[in-house]
Design a protein around this ligand. Sequence first.
Ligand SMILES: Cc1cc2nc3c(=O)[nH]c(=O)nc-3n(C[C@H](O)[C@H](O)[C@H](O)COP(=O)(O)OP(=O)(O)OC[C@H]3O[C@@H](n4cnc5c(N)ncnc54)[C@H](O)[C@@H]3O)c2cc1C
Length: 446
Amino acid sequence: MKQIVWFRRDLRVEDNAILANAKDEVLPIFIFDKNILDNLPSDDKRVTFIYDAVLKLKLKLQSIGLDLAIFYDYPKNVFENLAILGFDETLCSIDFDDYAKKRDIEIESIIPLKRYLDSFILNPNEHLKADGNPYKVFTPFYKSLNILTASNSIEEYKRNKDLKKFEFDYENIPSLEQLGFKKQKLTAFLYKEPQKLFEDFLIKLDNYQEDRDFFYKDATSNISVHLRFGLVSPRQVFNYFRQFENSDFFIRELFWREFYNYILFHFPKSEFETFNQIDISWNENEEDFQKWCIGETGVPVIDAAMKRLNETGLMHNRLRMIVASFLTKNLFIDWKKGENYFALKLLDYEASSNISSWQWSASTGADAAPYFRVFNPYSQSSKFDKDAIFMKSVLKDLKDVDSRLFHIENGVQTNLFVTYPKSMVDISFSRKRAIEKFKEAKNETA
Ligand SMILES: Cc1cc2nc3c(=O)[nH]c(=O)nc-3n(C[C@H](O)[C@H](O)[C@H](O)COP(=O)(O)OP(=O)(O)OC[C@H]3O[C@@H](n4cnc5c(N)ncnc54)[C@H](O)[C@@H]3O)c2cc1C
């Protein structure tokens, strides 16, 4: 048997479905896909992260007697060329994204493709309600998984240690520059191995539920980027933290990721249209949208969050909720525009989590926030960044402004020694407007 082992979003050696299921002689490959890379700006941070992860994977594979052939091409070309070498099949992990599904169908017509569940714990097809329909609400979905989530561990994939390396030219490694990208400086924790992130977070686990919303604190696991590209598997995260007391809340969060993947699988249209089918005439003003993107809205918490995202590709969960509410409710701009912008910028961008979370914030999604729930950005900052520690760390020109002014509409603007734009919307007025528009869209009367 001669197999291609195609790494995509599973860049690790342990608990890896394709290395467990492979047999005999294998050619491990990674493709820097021109279809994806050619649409990204040269300063995309994810490419720096993935590039580094692919080189590390190559070293790890070498340490177990294998290697990694690295290509920069269209997958179709790569497989057409490899087909000549007489491979029986290709092994890969399932990728649920729209593009990935189409790509895999095309590749399958060249060499048979075997897909394995790896990047998620659950096979979305296997957890339906008693009536045969998929769950749409998180709590019953999570309860239905009680036996799994309460267990001590989830079985991991065991690597087949008898694999033989297929003879091939493994030397040709395209440089980051040849891929069309400039090396980016990444935030320090992104260079750490998953095991180190686990250990760092373990000391915070007891306080996770209490602290996780305070966005000036570093109180969460920071594991999402590693999870996204499979440097660690969700089973490994589960198994590591499950051994400790007080892990219930954290495990529950991990299953939001599963839930959103499940929703996108069963309701693929939610990528393009409102889940609850309401028709809203959004604000199309491009200037308003751009102010939000670059963080020039005049609302400190929004501006700090967006500027930090633009600089680092990272944003705390609570801040994601606040900026999404501001865009969709106060500015009344279509959630799809926000979703696309996050897709461009977020290092941990995961279509399912991002789409569903945006729909949640816009009150158009499965198990969404009710439409009258509009976050007040000033109350949020006062609650979760009282001393403006996070905001001042980004908005450096405001570092000497009294922290209390950050939590008052147009408050920092009263300080005569700083120049800061006036808030682009009146919070109370825009909140009422959004609620009215939602009522109209849902045909509800006051
Ligand atoms: C508008 C919006 C967009 C989002 N887009 C993404 C995205 O593209 N990719 C992504 O991974 N997460 C997304 N999230 C969820 C969440 O913000 C991130 O998973 C979290 O901030 C990652 O940080 P962490 O690893 O320290 O999380 P922790 O709090 O330590 O949680 C551990 C893990 O659980 C999962 N998780 C936790 N909360 C959520 C959640 N609400 N939804 C889904 N999974 C969750 C993640 O895999 C996370 O890594 C989004 C949230 C919002 C409100």
